[in-house]
Design a protein around this ligand. Structure first.
Ligand code: ATP
Length: 511
């Protein structure tokens, strides 16, 4: 592990929470949680979806005021009323989604992130200062390229560098590797680990990946239903110990077996699809693809190569500039009415933003696809609350959506539980075509198993499935055929039996 020279005034910060409790209405999201993050360690925070991980870190960062409890920084009580106070104590946070300005360079992003950037910027001086700063950091990123041209790994490194540049010495990372390839994840975590070992940094990392916890974390805390249920030195715990702390005796669903099909008809056809992104530039450039009944076609690719735009076209959120869609040979337009008629379902990225109405209840959001059909639609077109609530209750139980009640606004659910609620809605009916993007993003391991099995069930019942995922393991596990998208087009399609990581990786890199 490389030692990092640290002529920095600030060293790794120690963090403790004492009796942290947060109550939302009738829900105790966090109850009496006391954790100790030793300085110069990488501390993992584990827990299933809705366990209270985000609530805990939001209380530490000052986004939420705890109902009870306190934070100690370097052994002294710290009053943290806002993220600004957290920063003043050397505590910074790196989020799952990037917060950089894409049109600006790394240097510009760093300079404007300062609390008091100069009114007139002397770029020569700033660049020299940044180069000196970078020379002390293990992370390297090009300073003068617009951030939009950086890879996901470089963007994540820049997010971390930004916090270090702001002199934060305890970083809270929310699933920092979810958008990275396994190689990039190892590189980033390895470098961070080098900094913690050198005593320059302390890390509290929310993670769902046991592999990363066992390989990189010193200590672990496990939360379950808002309470701390275990933890300790990672080296003294097995993966079984940690998963048992997380889920208790909850049964994990066995993965659904793949049913054999042969000679099934084409269900979904994409013919010469073109579409532009938000800036008006072509993002999808002539995609042709046919998906058969009982088939999952997995589209792999580095994010930002047109996959999101393609998903938006298929879910009716974006116009095509050219091309046509067919289902069973008939022209198809992704309008609400046609989707119902052709039984097209799906999960877009960021479901809270793209597939839910934030302030409406979980029950209403689950009923969306069927509110204009009996039994939920009553006579004269009014909604019948009773059947709607009943249907929602069944799906909430079946998909283990954690919510205080079906009436809770969906925006109050944890990220993983919003995902589950939307999937419950989309997977519960008769499905002919399923279009899903990163369906297991941010889900705990029990939910991953459940959701992948549900997708396989739909395929086994004869649905044509288009799966876009940044997780290559997911693509290799579920797909019958693998396609790779790069530069807005599909360059490589192989049956799963002929797919190997190496060739897929090369195609992803545009070779
Ligand atoms: N603003 C809020 N209002 C009401 N309830 C909330 C609010 N924020 C979180 N909760 C509830 O608190 C509980 C803990 O949620 P939290 O987001 O902390 O879980 P998490 O462990 O981070 O889950 P995930 O892995 O899905 O992100 C959940 O039951 C959630 O519905």
């Amino acid at each position: 592990m490389s030692a990092v020279p640290a002529p920095h005034p600030r060293r790794a910060v120690e963090l403790q929470t004492i009796g942290m409790t947060k109550i939302f209405g009738s829900l105790i999201a966090l109850e009496d949680v006391s954790i100790h993050v030793r300085p110069g360690t990488l501390h993992a925070l584990l827990g299933e979806n809705g366990a209270g991980k985000s609530t805990l870190v939001k209380c530490i960062m000052g986004f939420y005021q705890p109902t009870r409890g306190e934070v100690l920084v370097d052994g002294k009580e710290a009053v943290i009323a806002s993220p600004r106070d957290a920063h003043a104590h050397g505590i910074g946070m790196v989020y799952q989604h990037f917060t950089l300005v894409p049109s600006l360079t790394a240097a510009e992003n760093l300079v404007i992130s300062r609390a008091h950037p100069p009114a007139v910027i002397d770029w020569k001086k700033e660049i020299a200062g940044l180069e000196e700063f970078l020379s002390r950091m293990p992370f390297k990123v090009p300073l003068t390229v617009p951030v939009s041209g950086l890879s996901a790994g470089e963007k994540q490194k820049l997010e971390i560098l930004k916090q270090l540049y702001l002199d934060q010495r305890l970083l809270i990372l929310d699933e920092p590797t979810s958008v990275l390839t396994p190689g990039e994840a190892d590189e980033v975590l390895g470098l961070l680990r080098g900094m913690t070992e050198a005593g320059d940094l302390t890390i509290l990392m929310i993670s769902h990946k046991f592999r990363e916890v066992t390989a990189y974390a010193d200590d672990v805390t496990v939360l379950r239903r808002g309470r701390m249920v275990g933890g300790g030195r990672v080296g003294e715990l097995s993966v079984d110990d940690m998963s048992h702390m997380m889920i208790g005796d909850t049964k994990i669903r066995e993965r659904a077996a793949r049913k054999e099909f042969s000679g099934e008809p084409v269900v979904l056809e994409l013919a010469g699809i073109f579409s532009d992104d938000d800036t008006g530039l072509p993002a999808v450039k002539g995609v042709n693809l046919k998906i058969h009944a009982g088939e999952i076609v997995g589209i792999a690719g580095v994010s930002g190569n047109g996959q999101s735009t393609l998903i938006e076209v298929l879910s009716g959120q974006r116009e095509m500039s050219d091309g046509r869609l067919f289902i069973h040979g008939k022209p198809f337009e992704p309008t609400r009415q046609k989707m119902a008629e052709f039984k097209v379902f799906g999960l877009p990225e960021e479901p809270l933003k793209n597939a839910a109405v934030r302030r409406m209840s979980v029950a209403e959001n689950i009923a969306f696809r069927s509110f204009d059909k009996p039994p939920i639609a009553g006579r004269f077109g009014f909604m019948s609350p009773k059947p709607m609530r009943q249907k929602a209750r069944e799906l909430i139980a079946q998909y283990r959506v954690k919510t205080p009640s079906p009436e809770e606004p969906i925006e109050n659910l944890s990220g993983g539980n919003v995902q589950r609620a939307i999937l419950a809605r989309e997977l519960s009916g008769e499905v002919e075509v399923l279009v899903v993007a990163n369906p297991c993003f941010g889900l705990d391991f029990a939910s991953v198993s459940e959701i992948r099995s549900q997708i396989m069930d739909q395929r086994n019942r004869g649905a044509a499935v288009l799966l876009v995922s940044e997780d290559l393991d997911e693509i290799l596990e579920l797909s019958d055929r693998v396609a790779v998208m790069s530069g807005g087009a599909i360059h490589y399609v192989v049956p799963i039996a002929e797919a190997d990581r190496n060739s897929i990786g090369k195609a992803m890199a545009g070779h």
